[in-house]
Design a protein around this ligand. Sequence first.
Ligand code: HEC
Ligand code: HEC
Length: 335
Amino acid sequence: MKSKFGFLIMALACVFVASISVRAEGPPAWAYGFNTPPGAAAPAAAPAAAPTPPAPDPTPRHVPGSDKVFVRQQIANQYGPADWFPGDHGPMPDIVAHGRQESMIAACSLCHYPNGKGRPENAGVAGLPNSYFIQTMHDFRDGMRKSADPRKANTNRMISFAKNMTEEEIQAAAEYFGTMKWTPWMTKVVESATVPKTRPNNGMFLTLEGNEKEPIGERLIETPVDAEATEILRNDHSGFIVYAPPGSLKKGEALVKTGAGRTTACGLCHGEDLKGLGPVPGLAGRSPSYIGRQLYDMQAGFRKGEWTSLMRPVVAKLSDDDLIAITAYIASMTP
Ligand code: HEC
Ligand code: HEC
């Protein structure tokens, strides 16, 4: 009799634990550039302020296809970073090229690159509709757009820039980036059960020396094709490689195109082939880490701007697995 009850209690406990663990999953660490969930005790917290600038290094640096020469201090200059390919874009407004130092607004081109293609730990901003760009800057400013992971220091910086920018500066940046075409960035999406070992580095994953592999697990890994080109040189022509678990692309395609009973077909609002529709931003070919963060931030209520309510039913039922599949498929689409 006693053992029968014991079994029942255990079974109930299992159901209870299972239903909790679904909700307690928390932010998918891979999308936020961490190996562990927020609040995990193990590694030291990320620096709260800007990453420390590199030590003085007078070595002249070059990138293929550019006749420019910069040293590391210039490349990482918060208020006027290197522009390797000025021929890629029109004249940059001052706020994009230099930011505004007295208000501690770093140059937009530092993180989003002069060509607006951005990096996995921030965002691609080229080709965003003007009204969306302005609205989302206001959402950052008004506390309606935060990161679900409080360790994500660069999102906190983005919020402080938006708070300190003038309306004219926001409009100038929206006009500059918005009139640029969004072109493919991602080199390729690879489905694989094993991936190169990586380490988190200021919000992005870099592969370790020595070509060691590990199981991908329930993650998507986005990493530079050439870590030095991206991390040291900030070469805005050097792209990224995306690893996703086998089967992700097919599953993602079904979710994106039909909703697969779990969500709404994305093209309804984001346009055919997710190239954008009126004020709704395009998604095709954008960073899967970025998109994964936004979907989770919206689901968990950290992103709740005026227009975000349209996304609420879309994200309500998505699991971690769905996020991996959807973002892998979207990254593989040609904008
Ligand atoms: C220190 C790095 C950094 C700088 C400099 C920076 N941003 Fe950002 N920006 C971010 C990050 C990080 C995000 C994404 C936040 C997230 O994923 O949580 C972002 C997101 C954005 C977005 C949202 C994109 C979208 O698709 O919704 C816009 C718009 C934007 N930034 C504009 C700007 C402008 C304009 C400037 C220049 C004044 C600027 N940013 C400077 C880090 C930066
Ligand atoms: C009913 C219309 C609608 C549908 C359907 C829809 N979206 Fe959206 N989506 C929007 C709107 C509007 C925004 C802008 C939200 C905001 O300003 O916060 C948005 C924003 C987003 C963003 C943030 C973009 C950025 O640049 O930060 C992502 C990512 C996204 N949607 C993904 C999806 C995916 C994936 C699907 C399909 C599974 C989907 N959406 C279906 C209307 C929709």
